[in-house]
Write a protein that binds this ligand. Structure first.
Ligand SMILES: C[S@@+](CC[C@H](N)C(=O)[O-])C[C@H]1O[C@@H](n2cnc3c(N)ncnc32)[C@H](O)[C@@H]1O
Length: 344
């Protein structure tokens, strides 16, 4: 399986575009004021021309990316009150559905748009080329599954499809990989960002002391895993193939993430906040929950096992979600973060 984990593209009923309101709520409702304030007080652009470059790393197909860049542009305009031309770089993996992204650009945008395909763990832009960057719900991906985890006869073999947090050895291997990847992400951005520029990070992590499997995200991913095991028992997929299916995601604990940023030493941390918002916890609706995890994880299931198996798996996931609602209702809350970094 490719370690590039893309969202379901297009504009159809199963697309990320139609089912990313949860992520969007954090961007639109909860962080807007804090982003405005950070741009107003921390951004320091040394204007040599009237061009300001904005970049979104892991933009997917929208519409959240459009909301994020517009929030940034409005705040920059409000701060500088001068005639500015904006250019926006939309970055994602090259297999992202950039066609849908550009076909659905909002009408009458006040910026020039450019696609930047490539992994954000490496350089994707020239040095000193953007002034404000954002990455939303994208920094829980790792570039590689840690060695040994996929091999059944390895002492580190992980029988789950993600890092549940309950095996210390597996969690520490994931964390090692996560440190490398977030470090690479920050090093690349530090070169691309102008000095005095800002990098905004939004997403989910775990409150300190909470294990992944104790949260709704963890429970839902475990249900996808147990559904796949049922499908393997029915003989529709090979158990051996399933044993190698591990998602390239790691939800760090808040302190782990903070420490990685501090150790990187390229940025000052201006804001590291747990933000709450209207959609804080997922609604207790099996249909909604299943769809949310279909548009995000379903693409990887389909690419490993085929479209039919993916559809059958999610029928089971919906059924199991219905049965598990009382446990889901008691899940521990995750943490939604807004981090604002400033380049020295
Ligand atoms: C959950 S989506 C978030 C999309 C959007 N930012 C939002 O907030 O709705 C995560 C995105 O990160 C992208 N992504 C994951 N790993 C990446 C990488 N190494 N380089 C570039 N994009 C990546 C995925 O393709 C996906 O589009």
């Amino acid at each position: 399986m490719s370690n590039t984990f893309t969202m379901i593209g297009g504009e159809g009923p199963n697309s990320y575009r139609q089912h990313s309101k949860y992520q969007g709520a954090v961007l639109l409702e909860a962080s807007k004021e804090k982003i405005n304030e950070a741009i107003s007080t921390k951004l320091d652009i040394d204007f040599t021309s009237n061009l300001v470059n904005i970049a979104d790393f892991g933009c997917s197909t929208g519409p959240n990316t459009f909301a994020a860049v517009q929030t940034i542009i409005d705040a920059v305009e409000h701060k500088y009150l001068k005639d500015i031309e904006f250019q926006v770089f939309f970055n994602d993996s090259s297999n992202n559905d950039f066609n849908t992204l550009f076909m659905t650009l909002p009408p009458a945008i006040n910026y020039f748009a450019a696609g930047v395909p490539g992994s954000f763990f490496g350089r994707v832009l020239p040095k000193n080329s953007f002034h404000v960057g954002v990455s939303s719900y994208s920094l829980h991906f790792v570039s590689n599954i840690p060695k040994g985890i996929k091999t059944r006869d390895s002492p580190m073999w992980n029988k789950d499809i993600h890092c549940t947090g309950f095996s210390k050895k597996v969690a520490s291997l994931y964390l090692d990989q996560y440190k490398i990847d977030v470090g690479s992400f920050l090093n690349a951005r530090a070169q691309e960002l102008v000095s005095g520029g800002l990098l905004l990070l939004l997403g989910s992590c775990l409150p300190n002391g909470v294990q992944m499997s104790e949260t709704v995200n963890g429970i839902m991913i475990d249900l996808i895993g147990s559904s796949l095991h049922e499908i393997a028992k029915q003989g529709l997929i090979d158990q051996e193939n399933l044993d190698t299916f591990i998602l390239p995601i790691y939800f760090a604990h808040a302190d782990e993430l903070k420490r990685i940023i501090e150790d990187n030493r390229c940025f000052t941390i201006e804001i590291f906040d747990n933000i709450s918002h209207a959609n804080e916890e997922y609604p207790l609706d099996p249909e909604y929950l299943t769809m949310t995890f279909k548009v995000t994880v379903g693409g990887s299931v389909a690419s490993q096992f085929g479209q039919d198996v993916m559809e059958k798996t999610y029928e089971l996931v919906k059924k199991k979600t219905q049965e598990m609602l009382p446990q889901i209702a008691k899940a521990k809350p995750g943490m939604q973060y807004l981090i604002v970094l400033r380049k020295y």
